[in-house]
Structures are given as structure tokens and as C-alpha cells.
Design a protein. Structure first.
Length: 455
């Protein structure tokens, strides 16, 4: 049953679809601005596919972070409709100054001192954000889900796979789809555009040999194997399971043996996986699809990502090479965390890097480090030097959120103290600050976490 808050969000998304339709009907080129991770890339891909299917045209820009300066650049253009997907809720004031109509499909928290229902007399702003309606944007719907809802009235149910791929990329499916994500999945299954299967939940299972696939699986953690390639090879040899095969190449007996041994370590390794039918094998599993898009995003190969999402596979081999490198970098990152750990403050911990490859995976491996028990269970900041700036990615656990930690609020308020910018979710958020304020920022965040926990 659809709850009242969910229905309000769905109605708001219908308003966005009506606005989009009116601009397509008037042959206006739609300007799409989206984030560079899997959720942002699928968000852009959903809008691009829908506009194309409806006979419209679009122009996409992918950004690692939306700054007011980026929006200011857009004020010089003459587009009639701007779409911000998986971003925009933190930039409402600058977005309100654009000359055209605006759709914002964003699941991040908006600043506490800004009216999320902001309107301007001479244009329409449709803000599709779950937090306006007390729907959880951290667990129940992602940017891609909101983008899908914002084109839902067209009936392009085949785009649901992209919506769930984005949600998976934002770690919203790790305990199964909830809320709006569940509504999207159920409807897609009904229309035969998605399938739910019970399977071993191994990472990269369609592209990596088994010994790497198991070692690269961190959700859920397979104790003694996750993060350990050599130990995984020994484990497979011990049970006479060919380590160089892909998962789907195993015989029934080999698969049953593997399932028995892995579930004896962690029973959660076998369960529901969410797949997209009638698509290339490498993309059927939404987790693998999300990993591929993340690899493209980390390497700024946005055209490859969007092309693949639109069913054009000329750059598929190139994208897979990026994925292979990305997965290896992730494993190297785990070794880095094992070797060096994190720098401990009383209430937080942090890692710092200037290395190009470590910057790509720092945020992800910091979370995995906590999952694996390498790092303690308290909020972690990944600090990455970018010229005279520091890019900050913060992560924490459900346990710390239940204690009162809200990283979205902390990143927004702490970065503003140092002429930076930031925001996000309670469990994951980001910021950009001046390099010379790094130590002051860490000190303030440490104090803010303590305050949130104690109040």
C-alpha cells in the first residue's frame, strides 16, 4: 500500500513529467546536469532515454559536484528547461536565478535555512526531493529513482532497471529494496522489465574469475575471503572449485559446493539479486552495472557511460577495461587501508591522500575498511588534495546514524565555516574546503559529531 508521504512525492514527480512533456512538445532542447557516480549517471541516462523516446533533444553535463559557480555559468545560456538530477537541492538559491524552468530530482538533504519549495514569479521550479515529504532519501529512493518517477507518466517501464542500478550504486539495496525502490521494482517485475532471482551475491561475477569475484565481494563481507585474493584461491583449491571460471560457468555440483561453503561463512551471501532481462550479460546484474558506471565516472568517461545506458555498445569493451582497472585499484586500496589504517581522533577518523589512483577509491575503501573490521566503527573522512582544495568524502554506519550522527548536516555547516561547500545524506556526505583549513575542519567535525551523539 502506498503511504501518504509516498503519494505526495509521486504527485510531485508527475508535475515534473508534465513540465518535461510541455517542453518536449514545444521542441525545446532540455539541459541535463547530473552527478558523476552510478546514481547520477543513471539519473542522466533515464532522462536522456525518456526524452529521446518522446522525440525530444537534450544536452548533458556530468559534474563531480555542483557548485554555485557551475550554476552561474548556466545563467548565460538560453535553455527553456534545466534538469538537475542527483544534485541541485543544495543550490536552490542560485538555481532560482536561471532564466528557464527547472526540474530538480535529488535525494540529498537540503540546507536547513533554505525553503525547498522556493518559487520565482516568471518560471516554474519543480523540486522532486523525498525529504520534503518525510520520505527517507538515504534508504528508500535515490536520484535515479526520482528521475524515473519524473518520467514515469510516459510508461517507459524498461527504464526501471537504470533506476534500481542507481539505487544499488548508492548502497540502497544492500538490505533489499525499501519504500519507493520496492514500488519501482514490483512494478517493473509486473511489466517483465526486471527479474528477482535467488543467487550467490558475488561482485563482478559476470566479468571476473571466481577467485577475484569472491575476494572483491564486500557486501556482504565473507570473513577471511573478502579482500584476500590468495586466501580465496586456496579456499577454492581446497574444495576443488575451478578458480579461473566465471560463476555462471560452474557445473551444478561445483555451484552447490560453493554455495554450501560460502553460506556456512555468511548466510547472507545467498539471496535476492535484481536483474535486467534482454540486455548484454555484463549488464544484467544491477550491482555489476553500477560498478561499470562507477568505473566510467571515476575515469571521467561520461560519454561511454551514457552511450551504454542508451543501448549503444561501441564503447563496452573500453568500459570493461576501466572496470577491470577500477576493481584492481579497489583491491589495492584495501591493502592500503590494511597497511596504514586511519588517523584517529576522539569521535572520528580520517585518511588523507594525494595519490591519483587512491583518490578514486578512498571513499569506497574507507567504508569497506569499517565493514571488514580493519577500522573502528566511527565516522570516517577521506581527504583528497586537489590543487589548493581538499575534497572530503565522509561515511559512517547505520549504528552511528542511530546514535544521532548526520553527516549531511555536518558537512554543510562545517564547510561553510571555512568558505567551502558541502552536504549529502546522514550516512554519507561530501564537502570541498580550502587546503589550508584541513586541520581546523577535522577539529570542527570531530566536535560536531560529539555534539550530535550527546544531544
Amino acid at each position: 500500500m502506498i503511504q501518504k508521504q509516498q503519494l505526495s512525492l509521486l504527485n510531485r514527480a508527475d508535475e515534473a513529467c508534465d513540465l518535461l512533456r510541455s517542453h518536449i512538445d514545444n521542441q525545446h532542447v532540455v539541459r541535463i546536469i547530473s552527478h558523476n557516480d552510478a546514481d547520477g549517471l543513471t539519473s542522466a541516462g533515464i532522462f536522456a532515454n525518456a526524452i529521446s523516446k518522446a522525440g525530444g533533444k537534450f544536452h548533458i553535463t556530468i559534474l563531480p559536484r555542483l557548485r554555485d559557480s557551475n550554476v552561474k555559468e548556466l545563467t548565460k545560456s538560453r535553455y527553456k528547461l534545466f534538469i538537475f538530477s542527483d544534485m541541485g537541492s543544495g543550490n536552490l538559491e542560485s538555481i532560482s536565478k536561471l532564466s528557464g524552468d527547472v526540474i530538480i530530482a535529488d535525494h540529498h538533504q537540503f540546507p536547513e535555512d533554505v525553503d525547498p519549495e522556493m518559487q520565482v514569479d516568471y518560471k516554474k521550479i519543480v523540486h522532486v526531493n523525498p525529504h520534503i515529504f518525510n520520505v527517507d532519501g538515504t534508504k528508500e529512493v535515490s536520484g535515479s529513482g526520482l528521475s524515473y518517477l519524473s518520467v514515469h507518466d510516459y510508461g517507459y517501464y524498461e527504464l526501471a532497471g537504470l533506476a534500481l542500478t542507481g539505487a544499488c550504486g548508492d548502497m540502497q539495496l544492500k538490505n533489499g529494496p525499501q519504500g519507493i525502490n520496492k514500488l519501482i521494482l514490483d512494478e517493473a517485475v509486473e511489466h517483465n522489465t526486471m527479474e528477482v532471482k535467488n543467487e550467490l551475491k558475488l561482485a563482478y561475477s559476470n566479468t571476473q574469475p571466481l577467485h577475484k569475484s569472491i575476494a572483491y565481494t564486500y557486501t556482504p563481507v565473507i570473513k577471511g575471503l573478502s579482500g584476500f585474493v590468495d586466501e580465496t584461491s586456496e579456499f577454492l583449491d581446497k574444495h576443488n572449485i575451478p578458480k579461473d571460471k566465471l560463476l555462471h560457468q560452474l557445473t551444478d555440483d561445483e555451484y552447490d559446493t560453493l554455495k554450501h561453503e560460502l553460506t556456512s561463512i555468511n548466510e547472507d551471501i545467498f539471496g535476492e539479486i535484481y536483474t535486467i532481462p534482454n540486455i548484454r550479460r555484463e549488464l544484467t546484474n544491477v550491482e555489476e552495472y553500477a560498478n561499470l558506471l562507477n568505473a566510467c565516472g571515476k575515469n571521467k568517461e561520461y560519454t561511454a557511460a551514457i552511450s551504454i545506458e542508451m543501448g549503444k555498445y561501441k564503447q563496452m569493451e573500453f568500459a570493461q577495461s576501466l572496470l577491470s582497472k577500477y576493481s584492481s585499484n579497489m583491491q589495492n586500496g584495501i591493502e592500503w587501508i590494511k597497511r596504514e589504517g586511519s588517523i584517529q581522533e576522539e569521535n572520528i577518523q580520517y585518511i588523507y591522500t594525494e595519490d591519483k589512483e587512491q583518490k578514486q577509491i578512498a571513499a569506497a575503501v574507507s567504508s569497506i575498511g569499517i565493514e571488514l573490521g580493519i577500522l573502528p566503527d566511527k565516522p570516517i573522512l577521506s581527504l583528497m588534495k586537489m590543487d589548493n582544495l581538499i575534497k572530503v568524502s565522509s561515511r559512517t554506519t547505520d549504528n552511528m546514524v542511530e546514535k544521532g550522527v548526520n553527516l549531511g548536516v555536518i558537512m554543510n555547516q562545517a564547510s561553510n565555516n571555512f568558505n567551502g561547500s558541502g552536504g549529502g545524506h546522514n550516512i554519507a556526505a561530501g564537502a570541498t574546503i580550502p587546503y589550508d583549513q584541513k586541520d581546523n575542519f577535522i577539529h570542527l567535525v570531530n566536535e560536531m559529531v560529539e555534539y550530535q551523539i550527546n544531544n
